[in-house]
Design a protein around this ligand. Structure first.
Ligand SMILES: O=C(O)CCC(=O)C(=O)O
Ligand SMILES: [Fe+2]
Length: 368
């Protein structure tokens, strides 16, 4: 079913594949050359060729590669993105320590209001889905909740909505680490948005003043280990199929695997294999809308990792950790069709909406 064109580790592409014995045969970077039969694969982009390009043409070419990745697949892997490995490791460590806190401590920080979207979400509280019908979502949540817990962190200086921090003595260094990580991710997102502007033939600075207020969400995710049979039940997943709401999501995942991306041409889900040192980046619904669907917001989900990664005798799916940074434009930014994304053949599809109206609407449908 999948063609394996295993060759140089330096290939620009890496793959989506749903099950591959290549795990055993090749170190993970060589998985870059596995694609499904239709050639669907997540491009691997070397961001240093944009950030420190040796020529304007190299910079533009990289920007175009990024745009093409979002245009065709909706997902890219970012390599050489400038965030040190130690920074990512530190955030994973503090996240792990947080989820290891007793439930009574975490429950005191509970997420309560979709407009705030901050705080701790216990297992079973969420069911991500594409549905916008709150009754349908409630039914899904009752039947097959996502098997995960999360901690949501927003911009810390917001006067209306406050982050829910654990006491420093209970989680030493947690707040500081997450605030720094938030800022680091914000800066990387600004770079990628600049590249997107360039790749879409806009002024490189086009988005700068529309995305500088940090209306983002840092989501720490913990997927506890679970009997694999449980994940095979009807409709059950670690995270059900969904698209993200905002402009970009920066996704940091550990080596366990299980993230899958839908090939929009065949409808099949294929694994977005973890590649050490890279960040998975996907376009969200607001960026798709902003770009008049030139850029794609692709469905994805988290399921049990490929069988060869499981402990076959006990049928236990190992615990998994990830961190998602959901990037949004400024709350008051008017999201109306980008000037280069419409022409005589491509009429404007969506009315203008502000980020706040859009995101709060989506969050309310999902959680209330
Ligand atoms: O944990 C992951 O790999 C993906 C999480 C995700 O897609 C989300 O939280 O929106
Ligand atoms: Fe997602």
């Amino acid at each position: 079913m999948f063609s394996v064109r295993a060759s140089a580790a330096t290939s620009r592409f890496c793959s989506v594949s749903s099950r591959s014995t290549a795990w055993r045969r090749f170190p993970s970077r060589t998985l870059a050359t596995i694609a499904d039969e239709s050639g669907f694969k997540i491009p691997l982009i070397d961001l240093s060729k944009y950030m420190s390009a040796s020529s304007p043409s190299e910079k533009r070419k990289t920007a175009e590669d990024i745009v093409n990745g979002f245009r065709n697949v909706g997902f890219i892997y970012l390599d050489k993105h400038g965030i040190p490995e130690a920074t990512v490791k530190g955030a994973f460590q503090k996240s792990k320590e947080f989820f290891a806190l007793p439930n009574e401590v975490k429950d005191k920080l509970a997420w309560e209001d979709p407009r705030s979207n901050r705080g701790y979400v216990q297992i079973g509280r969420e069911r991500v889905t594409q549905s916008a019908d709150s009754n349908e979502i409630a039914q899904l949540r009752a039947k097959a909740p996502d098997y995960k817990e999360s901690m949501e962190i927003g911009r810390d200086w917001d006067k209306t909505w406050k982050n829910q921090w654990p006491e420093e003595s209970l989680a030493p260094g947690f707040k500081q680490t997450m605030l720094e990580f938030f800022q680091t991710c914000h800066e990387l997102h600004s770079v990628v948005m600049r590249a997107i502007a360039l790749g879409l033939d806009l002024e490189e600075s086009y988005f700068d003043d529309k995305i500088n207020e940090q209306y983002h969400n840092l989501r720490l995710l913990s997927y506890p280990s679970i009997k694999t049979d449980m994940l095979k039940k009807d409709g059950q997943a670690r995270a059900g199929a969904h698209s993200d709401y905002g402009t970009l999501t920066l996704l940091f995942q550990d080596q366990v695997g299980g993230l899958e991306v839908q090939n929009p041409h065949t409808g099949q889900f294929q694994a977005a294999t973890p590649i050490p040192g890279t960040i998975v980046v996907n376009a969200g619904d607001l960026l798709a809308r902003w770009s008049n669907d030139v850029l794609r917001s692709t469905l994805h989900r988290v399921v049990a990792p490929p069988a060869e990664r499981l402990n076959a005798t006990e049928g236990i799916t190992p615990a998994r950790q990830s961190i998602a940074f959901f990037c949004n434009p400024n709350g008051g930014a008017e999201i109306s069709c980008l000037p280069t994304c419409t022409n005589a053949e491509r009429a404007i599809k969506y009315p203008s909406v502000t980020t706040e109206e859009y995101i709060v609407g989506r969050l309310k449908a999902t959680y209330m």
